[in-house]
Design a protein around this ligand. Structure first.
Ligand code: AMP
Length: 401
């Protein structure tokens, strides 16, 4: 066994691995795609080399091949000291990360009804790693866990009570590892402690969510029962009137077709009719493509509305934080969003917004802005590695615990 920590993130046809050393510095990462299909392929980032996979490789075969490739390249000398798995849905069972045993696996399985596209593949990764490294402690880190502190007024839908009681229909929230990381990093940049720091954290990537964090704790968030609710996303609609199901069924579109459309064909892609990629959309908009301009406009306006809404959950605001591929990189999205927030006294400094960096500690607001605005790179893999390390170490202290 060496002292590395392996982070495993399994998607339906892909898997991402990240390898950290004992100081939590990333050593390497790897990606396998087209799993269970013809033409499965895998690459290691350290030397940008490809790794041969069997035809139609499954998750276990890809994991075995990539771990061997890490060993062949001297990146791993033995089995890792701990393995952390990203698990999408922990329901109300998991308020924090958990060491994986038979009981944990059964509970994750139970939550699969709430995340049928995600939890089963997360479990496939867990089972594969247990088969490959049976003696290594493994830890599940849940996207939902950080939001288990939401008060009922934020997590309950105004539906008949039995929907919640009998079927668990409530808001769970996602991107928890990223929002938790923002809470820590923002506190550090502001020279405060997380327990006294209140922020609005906007995670804007292909999936987008926004969270109100009061004194380090999630008190409101935009995603709901599933990651479909809330902001406009790459291919997801975010909020729509639920009557769309009934109305479209009267037009011959089945509920499952509508569900697929809301998840896969909507959002920036649906509005622009071109792409879910914000970079391409900005280029198209600059060249006069009206639907792309509209897609960016709807995206920023919805985001600004949610930022305003999140202030209702906070007693004070120490910073508005942008993260994720769009949040970290798109000065245009940040600027267009801030333009809707003048009433809140939020003002961005254009040069800082375009060129924020370490030297500015990620600050992009003017001196007159009522609230600081920060750009902070997210690092969900690091959070998972830290949690895996922490729980694996606790296991050595208390082997029965
Ligand atoms: P993520 O899911 O966090 O990887 O984010 C993906 C999104 O970030 C895509 O819409 C990308 O177009 C967007 N993105 C990445 N880099 C940039 C950039 N430099 N400018 C604008 N959007 C970007």
């Amino acid at each position: 066994m060496d002292d590395s920590i392996l982070v495993v993130n399994c998607g339906s046809s892909s898997l991402k691995l990240a390898l950290f050393d004992h100081d939590h510095q990333k050593i390497a990462s790897a990606l396998a795609e087209r799993l269970n299909q013809s033409g499965a392929l895998a690459r290691i980032s350290a030397d940008d080399s490809s790794v041969p996979l069997p035809a139609r490789a499954n998750h276990e075969q890809a994991l075995a091949a990539l771990i061997n490739a890490f060993k062949d390249r001297g990146l791993m000398t033995g089995e890792p000291a701990a393995i952390g798995h990203r698990v999408v849905h922990g329901g109300e069972t998991f308020r924090e990360a958990s060491l994986i045993d038979d009981e944990t696996i059964a509970a994750i399985e139970h939550c699969s009804a709430l995340a049928p596209l995600h939890n089963p593949v997360n479990l496939a990764g867990i089972r594969a790693m247990k088969a490959l490294c049976p003696d290594v402690p493994q830890v599940a880190v849940f996207d939902t866990a950080y939001h288990q502190t939401l008060p009922p007024r934020a997590f309950r839908y105004a539906l008949p009570e039995h929907c919640y009681r009998d079927w668990g229909v409530r808001r769970y929230g996602f991107h928890g590892t990223s929002h938790a990381f923002m809470a820590q990093q923002a506190a550090r940049l502001l020279g405060k402690t997380p327990a006294t720091t209140s922020i609005i954290s906007a995670h804007l990537g292909n999936g987008c969510s926004i969270t109100a964090i009061r004194d380090g704790i999630s008190v409101d968030t935009s995603m709901g029962l599933t990651p479909l609710e809330g902001l406009v996303m790459g291919t997801r609609s975010g909020d729509v009137d639920p009557s769309v199901f009934d109305y479209l069924s009267s037009r011959g579109v089945s509920a499952s077709e509508t569900h697929k459309m809301l998840n896969n064909d909507s959002g920036l892609l649906g509005l622009s009719g071109q792409t879910n990629d914000m970079r391409t959309l900005c280029d198209l908009a600059d060249h006069g493509h009206e639907p792309s301009r509209l897609a960016i406009d709807v995206f920023c306006f919805r985001l600004a509305r949610y930022i305003g809404a999140m202030t209702a959950s906070l007693g004070q605001l120490d910073a508005l934080v942008f993260t994720g591929g769009i949040g970290e990189n798109s000065a245009r999205v940040r600027q267009e969003t801030a333009r809707h927030l003048r009433l809140l006294g939020i003002e961005l400094e254009p040069d800082l917004n375009r060129n924020h960096g370490r030297w500015s500690d990620g600050r992009i607001n003017t001196a007159d802005s009522r609230y600081p605005v920060l750009v902070i790179p997210t690092n969900e893999e690091l959070v998972i590695a830290r949690e895996a390390d922490r729980l694996a170490a606790a296991r050595h202290v208390n082997p029965d615990g």
